[in-house]
Ligand binder design. Structure first.
Ligand code: AMP
Ligand code: FE
Ligand code: FE
Ligand code: ZN
Length: 272
């Protein structure tokens, strides 16, 4: 079994890299890419656990981008995790996330919703974001639930919302390729604009994440066809963030074959 899209405590997942790898191992996963938002901080710890469990780790990341005022996520695979320019870029993005979080807390305090930065930061070990703030708000009893936090305070357009620095999808694909990797356009169904998806695919992507839990089976078929017609790989993953989620499935649930991993590897070699 293969998993190409999941998150740990290095971004907004709730399992540590070791816990995630052990869970994957228990489920029979053989090839695993951890795709935290804008960070590869999970890599070393995950590799140690994967060695013990006999799992092959694939370098992975999910880069946060923006195009035509829409959130676009770019998945990267098989890049060199130590590539300096890529690490610098992601480190800048994480610093910008931290400043943005402080600004969000300032805005919230102005409407008497008071949370300290440290209460948010304790949920994250790498890339700080709104999901950590949502958990802190729940813990403080200031909202009823994780979703309620977005609904009332931190969703786009709500009083605590501040946009964060993002790259363009073109910059992200370029940086991933310069690091010897491949770029895959994540969950195109969430972009909700087929014309934009089609334009984005001109930017040098190697694949399209056709199978994602947010896609209907019709969309999965449509995106698989689209990938094929553009000579791109059709990939997929569960986007696992936490065990027992009512909205997201288990690790490995998207049933991706190891031939997809090999095809991604081949493509990264052609680029390098
Ligand atoms: P950030 O990168 O800090 O802006 O946070 C974005 C993340 O927050 C997304 O990847 C989702 O996991 C989560 N998110 C965004 N909007 C919502 C929402 N309306 N309800 C629940 N989670 C959300
Ligand atoms: Fe996430
Ligand atoms: Fe995403
Ligand atoms: Zn994701």
């Amino acid at each position: 079994m293969v998993e190409l899209h999941c998150h740990t405590t290095a971004s907004d997942g709730v399992l540590t890299p070791t816990e995630l790898v052990e869970r994957a191992s228990g489920l029979g996963i053989t090839h695993l890419a951890i795709t935290d938002h804008d960070t590869t901080a999970a890599w070393e710890e995950a590799c140690l656990a994967a060695n013990r469990a006999g799992i092959e780790m694939v370098p992975g990341v999910e880069v946060s981008c923006y195009a035509q005022s829409r959130e676009i996520h770019v998945l990267g695979y098989f890049f060199d995790p130590d590539h300096r320019p890529l690490q610098c870029l992601m480190s800048e993005m994480r610093q910008a996330r931290e400043l943005r979080m402080r600004e969000m807390l300032q805005r919230l305090s102005e409407i008497n919703v008071v949370v300290e930065f440290e209460e948010v930061a304790r949920w994250s070990r790498g890339s700080i974001g709104r999901p950590h703030l949502a958990r802190a708000l729940v813990e403080r009893g200031l909202v009823k639930s994780f979703d309620d936090a977005f609904e009332r305070y931190i969703g786009r357009g709500k009083p605590g919302y501040v946009a964060r620095r993002t790259l363009s999808p073109g910059q992200a694909t370029e940086a991933l390729k310069a690091a010897g990797g491949v770029a895959v356009l994540a969950h195109p169904g969430l972009i909700k604009d087929m014309a934009l998806v089609s334009d984005l695919l001109e930017l040098g992507f190697d694949g399209l994440e056709a199978r994602h839990p947010s896609h209907s089976s019709k969309e999965m078929k449509r995106f698989t066809r689209l990938a094929r017609s553009r000579h791109l790989l059709a990939t997929g993953g569960s986007d696992f963030h936490q065990p027992g989620s009512s909205t997201r499935p288990e690790l490995g649930a998207m049933k991706i074959g190891s031939e997809t991993v090999e095809a991604l590897r081949q493509r990264s070699r052609q680029i390098a």
